[in-house]
Design a protein around this ligand. Structure first.
Ligand SMILES: [Zn+2]
Length: 350
């Protein structure tokens, strides 16, 4: 275990990984962007390039960001070895991470449900069900974000049509299709841009999500849209998504300054007000959080405006990238500061 009082820097973590230094075991996990896999520090796998990795403090964070566990170093298994009495349970979970477990299932394996719950709480600081949920979300979103294995070709051609994704998403959201008949399905398609792939989601009622595919908040955003607009989220295309792709491509080709798309941006009255105000910021201009708060008649709400700006689900189209600090500094952007910079540069040039 690392005895140092301060957490290691990303460079130190990368170094530890490259040297198979197991002394940082438990301190961090490393996600490899090119493979969508995350590892323990002591993993024997080939060391990826520095620019292709990111670090997480917990397995939950890595799972929620869409990574799946490395088969070699098995980061989801506790450090050391899984106690004998849990080996079968872990094997079964990894065989089918989408399976829902009841107390009766655990009893059937000869396990005491309360002992299992205590063990997960103690080793992962989360409940058994939270662990399973994180695993499922990672599976569903991971497939979309990384376009892994069999899905690669389908994703790159712009069409997502894989039954594995459909199953994961359905199990993740927790409803069988028969229970949700009558609600409009939300279709998800991948759009390629010069700043990396984006995911667009929507249907007959409009576009409800447009986000960079590597964004950490993505699982949460999917949960929100499923709560707001219905639980059926399927890979597929739709005229609204094709039109979104067309207009986004025009925007990046400097052929479009504003968007003409049906948008779904339901939220609290405050959120709606902020997001509508964002739509008023003209192409090529920026506004500060303070200015926005003033325009909304809430001069003291600059912080809340900032938060709501970050909760925007329609990147680029609802231009949250045009909001800067009062001193002109760029400050945070959920899709990454470098993207905010590039978007503003693109708009300045014209
Ligand atoms: Zn590994």
């Amino acid at each position: 275990m690392n005895a140092s009082a301060t957490p290691p820097t990303p460079d130190q973590m990368y170094q530890a990984y490259a040297e198979r230094d197991a002394s940082l075991e438990g301190v961090f996990f490393m996600g490899v962007k090119t493979t969508g896999i995350f590892c323990r520090p002591g993993c024997r796998a080939k060391t990826p390039k520095r620019q292709n990795v990111e670090f997480f403090a917990t397995t939950t964070e890595a799972l929620s960001a869409g990574y799946r566990a490395c088969r070699r170093c098995k980061p989801l298994e506790p450090s050391g070895s899984v106690p004998d009495w849990l080996v079968q349970l872990f094997t079964d979970i990894e065989k089918d991470p989408t399976r829902r477990w009841t107390s009766a299932d655990l009893t059937h394996l000869g396990l005491s449900p309360s002992r299992v719950r205590r063990w997960f709480q103690h080793h992962y600081q989360m409940t058994f069900h939270a662990y399973l949920r994180a695993r499922r979300i990672g599976l569903a979103v991971g497939q979309l974000q990384t376009g892994s294995n069999v899905t690669q070709t389908a994703l790159e051609s712009g069409y997502i049509s894989l039954s594995g994704f459909r199953d994961s998403m359905r199990k993740w959201i927790g409803k069988a299709p028969s229970e949700v008949r009558g609600t409009e399905p939300i279709l998800v398609e991948r759009i390629l841009t010069p700043l990396g792939p984006m995911l667009a989601a929507g249907g007959d009622s409009g576009l409800c999500l447009l986000e960079f595919a590597d964004r950490k908040m993505l699982p949460k955003q999917f949960q929100r849209i499923s709560k707001l607009y219905g639980p059926t989220i399927l890979p597929g295309t739709h005229p609204v998504l094709r039109e979104t792709a067309r207009q986004i491509q025009q925007y990046f080709a400097a052929e479009r300054e504003s968007f003409d798309l049906p948008l779904r941006m339901e939220g609290t009255p405050f959120q709606s007000a902020v997001w509508h105000e964002l739509l008023q910021i003209p192409f090529g201009h920026t506004r500060s959080y303070q200015e926005l708060a003033q325009r909304l008649g809430k001069p003291n709400a600059a912080r809340a405006v900032g938060r709501t700006n970050g909760d925007n689900r329609l990147a680029i189209v609802v231009p949250c990238h045009r909001v800067v600090r009062s001193d002109g500094h760029l400050c945070g952007y959920a899709g990454g500061l470098w993207r905010k910079k590039r978007l503003l540069q693109l708009e300045q040039k014209q």
